[in-house]
Design a protein around this ligand. Structure first.
Ligand code: N2P
Length: 359
């Protein structure tokens, strides 16, 4: 009798509706970084339910790791891997559970192995570059002629003042923006002492009144609707705007710019590593990787996926790097702690500085 009562009570408690043995996979990924049908197809094929959350900044992702947020898959960029590995946050992957990893591009794996030796903790997902998305007609008419292929259009206060009226946006990605800024100044972000970060930051504050928004998510829509003329952008986000019919080109500045590889990892606190392996292995299928590139316009790390891409996509500058892009791009380094701390402090101030409308 008592037992029956207990069962009834348990059945009525909302928390018990999701029984512990129900197959739920929790994923934390960057915004606009998957084809939604990949999620539904996987759910339909496997009966596994996906809870899918997104973030738009590295700070949000770091916080999720620090808080041991209950995710089974997360998507850190390559430069975060050394810290996450050191802190014991990442599962050593059992490659036997990822047979589709044979499809991965050996060049991408080798680049990544500088951050995760022997590719033990992370499988490459999508990659790309940071550069300038330029709405050519709008930008040229505000600028009074063709723009140089240079960070100067954002970081030179006189040049960005000319473009301010048609809308400049900057990624809310401090490491990437400082990487570009140091390149603009003819230096490298690696081994930059904090005092040099502080002095470079003066440039950021000088251009702040010319910047309409600092953001990595809403700017995609603004580019797509022609509301911005220049954006410090990630490759795919710029290419999507062109795909939406905007006269937007993606330019890698001549001074040099950072490249990133985003990776699939299983946090050590994952509740369902078994489901995480199944989904990562699914993402490593060539046709699935191609589906994701076709939707996001980010190149994937799957050497076997090319045959599933349209010829137009296969050869699209940005998905395929031309010689000039290759020459101008460098993998974003992992920053030393003191450099990172200096950047974090300056960035918080930069973000909170009054917006042009408020001035
Ligand atoms: C796409 C996010 C790109 C991730 N919106 C850059 N690491």
């Amino acid at each position: 009798m008592h037992r029956l009562l207990a069962c009834l009570l348990i059945a009525l408690l909302p928390g018990f509706v999701v029984a512990a043995d129900e197959n739920v996979l929790r994923i934390y990924n960057w915004n606009d970084y998957i084809a939604p049908e990949v999620l539904t197809n996987f759910e339909n094929e496997t009966g596994i339910k996906i809870v899918y959350d997104t973030f738009s900044t590295d700070e949000e992702l770091s916080k999720a790791f620090d808080d041991n947020a209950p995710y089974d898959i997360m998507v850190p960029s390559h430069d975060s891997l050394p810290r996450l590995i050191k802190e014991g946050k990442l599962t050593s992957l059992d490659k036997a559970k990822l047979p589709n990893a044979v499809n991965l591009d050996s060049q991408v794996l080798s680049k990544l192995s500088a951050f995760d030796p022997q590719n033990i903790h992370a499988m490459p997902y999508l990659w790309g570059a940071v550069g300038l998305a330029i709405n050519t007609p709008k930008a040229e008419s505000a600028f009074g002629g063709p723009l140089p292929e240079s960070w100067s259009v954002v970081f030179d206060p006189e040049q960005s003042a000319k473009l301010a009226s048609c809308g400049i946006s900057i990624l809310d990605a401090s490491a990437e923006v400082f990487d570009g800024l140091m390149n603009y100044k003819g230096r490298s972000i690696s081994h930059t002492p904090p005092r040099r970060i502080k002095s470079a930051a003066k440039t950021l504050f000088a251009i702040r009144p010319n910047i309409r928004q600092i953001d990595s998510e809403e700017y995609i829509e603004a580019l797509n609707t022609g509301d911005l003329c220049v954006a410090v952008a990630w490759t795919g986000d710029a290419l999507v705007a062109a795909d939406e019919g905007q006269p937007v080109v993606f330019v890698v500045p001549e001074e040099g710019a950072p490249m990133f590889i985003d990776t699939l990892v299983i946090p050590t606190n994952a509740a369902r590593p078994d489901l995480a392996y199944r989904f990562i292995n699914y993402l490593l299928k060539p046709e699935v990787a191609a589906q994701i590139t076709t939707e996001t316009l980010y190149p994937n790390a799957n050497a076997a996926a090319d045959q599933f891409l349209s010829a137009e996509l296969r050869n699209m500058p940005g998905i395929k790097l031309d010689k000039q892009m290759r020459r101008r791009l460098t993998m974003m380094p992992t920053l030393q702690d003191d450099t990172q701390e200096a950047i974090d402090a300056v960035w918080a101030e930069f973000i909170e500085a009054p917006t042009p409308e408020a001035l």
